[in-house]
Design a protein around this ligand. Structure first.
Ligand SMILES: NC(=O)c1ccc[n+]([C@@H]2O[C@H](COP(=O)([O-])OP(=O)(O)OC[C@H]3O[C@@H](n4cnc5c(N)ncnc54)[C@H](O)[C@@H]3O)[C@@H](O)[C@H]2O)c1
Length: 349
């Protein structure tokens, strides 16, 4: 019996191997690299297939599929969001994803994406802030100190030059965990007792909380002129973090409007409320921050192209590392039309 072709074996990046790869590259370096990949793909945004992600909602959470293609490579991510998971000892967000060759449809790589999502989300947030935040920003408030929070803090350090993070979470244990994890990583870390305290002196306000409802993490009076808001946690219908009045005062920047209008903070606004697409700012087709006193808001929900960039980056870094296993994933009989015969021969063997 001849062996399946090479393409029948799909490199699989397990959680264990992803951790090895990230630590091999360096956590901050990997987010710098991911931001560069995402930026490069945002510059060629028009050639990607784009669709709002396909969401299956339940009372407790959502399961989503996020596909895209650049015509040569196809990618998708499976991701969930279950705020109640944490109380059960489970992750709020878990994910895995796949890259495939458009020419044959054969998969190129299957990968864990829970860690990769945290890295790419933080890289995207910091990339947006690089283009939108006030010049010389040094201090970030980090409201919501869960799974994403340390990644956010480190990405803003590495990409935007943030030197101080001011932490707040309704659960002090989350703040303690975040502060302990960030200790010794080159940031001044200030745990705070309230959200008001956390935003004191901060030029960048990151909200990254999880709640299956419309929450008000920031009220209008908390947001002074000239700040940049990085709103990460509002990413589903009925799940927002900012008071509507803040949105009315802010220049709003989004990933893909048809998805963000369903899922982002702007679901609170009229469907034709003006927003700017981040890729257009990066490609020089739209203005970013136009005034030091302007409030800029990156209404982040997470878009498929960011996952595509992240998967392609991981794929490009796999060669020669050994940080993957080959999965016998694609049935590939010698005679492509003899799928049934392959099964019969396995019975005989
Ligand atoms: N935009 C994106 O691309 C993107 C990507 C990944 C995750 N997310 C979203 O980011 C959010 C955070 O994800 P996570 O994995 O860190 O979740 P997590 O459950 O690990 O952490 C969320 C934290 O928010 C805290 N929190 C809840 N309500 C709060 C409030 N009112 N004030 C302050 N803190 C509060 C919780 O105590 C918890 O520590 C989720 O809503 C998730 O869906 C968005």
């Amino acid at each position: 019996m001849t062996q399946p072709s090479r393409q029948a074996f799909v490199p699989f990046v397990s959680v264990d191997n992803m951790m090895r790869l990230v630590l091999h590259i360096g956590i901050e370096q990997m987010m710098v690299d991911l931001a560069a990949e995402i930026e490069a793909d945002f510059r060629r945004w028009p050639l990607f297939d784009k669709t709002p992600r396909v969401a299956s909602h339940s009372d407790v959470g959502v399961i989503e599929l996020m596909p895209t293609s650049d015509g040569q490579t196809y990618g998708f991510k499976y991701v969930n969001g279950h705020p109640s998971n944490m109380k059960k000892g489970l992750q709020t967000v878990t994910a895995f994803g796949l890259l495939a060759d458009v020419a044959t449809g054969y998969p190129l790589m299957l990968s864990e994406m829970t860690l990769l999502t945290a890295l790419r989300t933080a890289a995207t947030s910091a990339l947006a802030a690089k283009w939108l935040a006030p010049q010389g920003a040094t201090t970030m408030a980090m409201i919501g100190n869960g799974a994403q929070s340390e990644f956010q803090a480190l990405a803003f350090k590495a990409i935007c030059g943030i030197s101080e993070v001011r932490l707040f979470d309704i659960d002090p244990a989350a703040t303690r965990k975040c502060a302990a994890n960030l200790a010794g990583l080159g940031l001044r870390v200030v745990p705070c007792a309230t959200a008001q305290e956390a935003i004191l002196g901060a030029q960048i306000l990151t909200t990254c909380t999880a709640d299956k409802q419309n929450a008000t993490i920031l009220t209008d009076n908390m947001v002074g002129s000239g700040v940049h808001i990085n709103a990460v946690g509002g990413d589903c219908p009925g799940k927002t973090e900012l008071h509507r009045d803040i949105l009315l005062r802010a220049g709003i920047f989004v990933e893909y409007p048809p998805q963000t209008r369903i899922e982002g903070e702007i679901q609170q606004l009229a469907p034709d409320h003006p927003v700017t697409e981040l890729w257009q700012v990066i490609a020089g087709q739209a203005e970013g921050r136009h005034d030091p006193r302007q409030i800029t808001l990156f209404d982040s929900v997470g878009f498929a192209i960011e996952d595509f960039s992240a998967l392609r980056y991981v794929h490009s870094r796999l060669r020669g590392t050994g940080f993957y296993q080959d999965l016998d994933m694609i049935a590939d009989p010698d005679d492509p039309r003899d799928l049934f015969g392959m099964l019969l021969r396995a019975q005989a063997a």
